[in-house]
Design a protein around this ligand. Structure first.
Ligand SMILES: [Mn+2]
Length: 313
C-alpha cells in the first residue's frame, strides 16, 4: 500500500499529529495534496496511544497508505496541582533522532505548490524555522493578548513586494518573536528535545500558555528560529488582514486556522471563508479514490471513519 515516491529519501519526513478521529478528513486531504504536488518525501502521522487503541481508525491509516508513528503522552508537570492540557505531543519529533529532518505540518493545511525545498533549505545549526504568528486578531477574540493588534504584527512589517518576512531584531515589537507552529522545520536532536521538555516542566509561563507547543517553541528558540515567508504557512484570515502582502499564486501552504472547512459544506463567499472551496475540491478527489475502489474494506472504512467526521451537507 502507498508506493513510495520516486527519489524518496527516508531520512526526511513530513509529519502531523492526530489525537482523535475529528481531523482525519483533514489529514487525508493534506496527504493527497503532498502527493499531488509531487513531493519526494513521505507523510507519517503521529498518533497518540488513544488513537493506537482505535483498531478501525488504525485500519483506515493503512488503507490510506499513511504510516503512523505512535507517540506517548507529553504534558507539563502539574503546577499548583493543575496541568495545562494541550497539544504538547507536537514536541515528540525533536526526539525522533532516526530522522535528519522533520517538517511539521498541520492537518488543517493544504499544499498548493511543491515544498520539497523545505527538506534542504538552511535553517542554521541548532535552530528551527517557522513563519511568524499573525497577531492582528481580526476577529477581536477576547482571549487573545491585548497587544495583538496590526501595528505589532510581524506581517505588517514583511516586504510587500517580495513576500520576505521581517527580520527579528533587538528593537522589533515583542510579537515579532512569536511563531505559528502549523509549519515547523526541525532537525531532531536529543539535546534539543531534552531542553524543550525541561522548559515545558519548569518555565514559569507554561501554565498560561494558550497555544502550548507553539508558545513554548517561541520561548525556547527565541532568537534561534529562522522566519519563513508567509507562503509556507498562509493563515486564511491573512488573505484579508494582510491583503497587501498576500498573493494567491504565491501561497504554497494554506492553513485553515479557526473554522475548519470539513465542518460545513456551505461557507461564506467573503475573502477568507471562500478559501474553503479549495479544500472541498481536494476532498472530492480523495472521496472519488476511496468510494470508487474495488477494495470493499476501503469503501467500508470511508463510510465508518471518514464520513462521520466530515460534513455531509
Ligand atoms: Mn492548524
Amino acid at each position: 500500500m502507498g508506493s513510495l515516491p520516486h527519489g524518496h529519501d527516508p531520512t526526511k519526513i513530513w509529519s502531523t499529529l492526530l489525537t482523535n478521529r475529528g481531523y482525519f478528513g483533514g489529514a487525508l486531504v493534506l496527504n493527497h495534496t503532498l502527493r499531488k504536488t509531487g513531493s519526494r518525501y513521505q507523510l507519517k502521522i503521529m498518533v497518540t496511544r488513544e488513537v493506537e487503541a482505535d483498531t478501525e481508525f488504525m485500519e483506515a491509516f493503512q488503507a490510506a497508505g499513511i504510516p503512523t508513528i505512535v507517540v506517548d503522552k507529553i504534558e507539563p508537570a502539574p503546577r499548583d496541582g493543575k496541568v495545562n492540557k494541550g497539544t504538547w505531543e507536537k514536541l515528540a519529533p525533536w526526539g525522533m533522532t532516526e530522522y535528519e529532518r522533520i517538517v511539521l505540518l498541520d492537518s488543517d493545511q493544504v499544499i498548493l505548490h511543491n515544498i520539497d525545498e523545505m527538506m534542504t533549505m538552511d535553517i542554521g545549526e541548532g535552530c528551527i524555522a517557522a513563519a511568524h504568528a499573525c497577531t492582528c486578531n481580526p476577529k477581536k477574540l477576547a482571549h487573545y493578548s491585548k497587544d495583538w493588534v496590526p501595528e505589532n504584527c510581524a506581517f505588517t512589517a514583511a516586504n510587500k513586494r517580495t513576500g520576505e518576512p521581517a527580520a527579528i531584531t533587538e528593537a522589533c515589537p515583542a510579537n515579532h518573536h512569536l511563531l505559528n507552529s502549523g509549519t515547523v522545520i526541525l532537525e531532531p536532536s536529543k539535546a534539543q528535545y531534552d531542553a524543550l521538555i525541561h522548559a515545558m516542566n519548569t518555565h514559569p509561563d507554561v501554565p498560561k500558555m494558550l497555544f502550548f507547543d507553539q508558545d513554548l517553541l517561541a520561548v525556547v528558540y527565541r532568537s534561534r528560529w529562522k522566519p519563513l515567508p508567509y507562503t509556507y504557512n498562509a493563515l486564511k484570515p491573512m488573505r484579508e488582514c494582510h491583503a497587501d502582502l498576500w498573493r494567491d499564486e504565491d501561497v504554497k501552504v494554506l492553513h485553515y486556522i479557526l473554522a475548519k472547512p470539513w465542518k460545513s459544506r456551505t461557507y461564506g463567499d467573503d475573502v477568507v471563508e471562500s478559501t474553503h472551496r479549495l479544500w472541498w475540491e481536494f476532498y472530492a478527489e480523495v472521496e472519488k479514490e476511496w468510494t470508487e475502489t474495488f477494495d470493499e474494506d476501503k469503501r467500508r472504512l470511508w463510510r465508518d471513519v471518514v464520513v462521520p467526521v466530515v460534513a455531509q451537507k
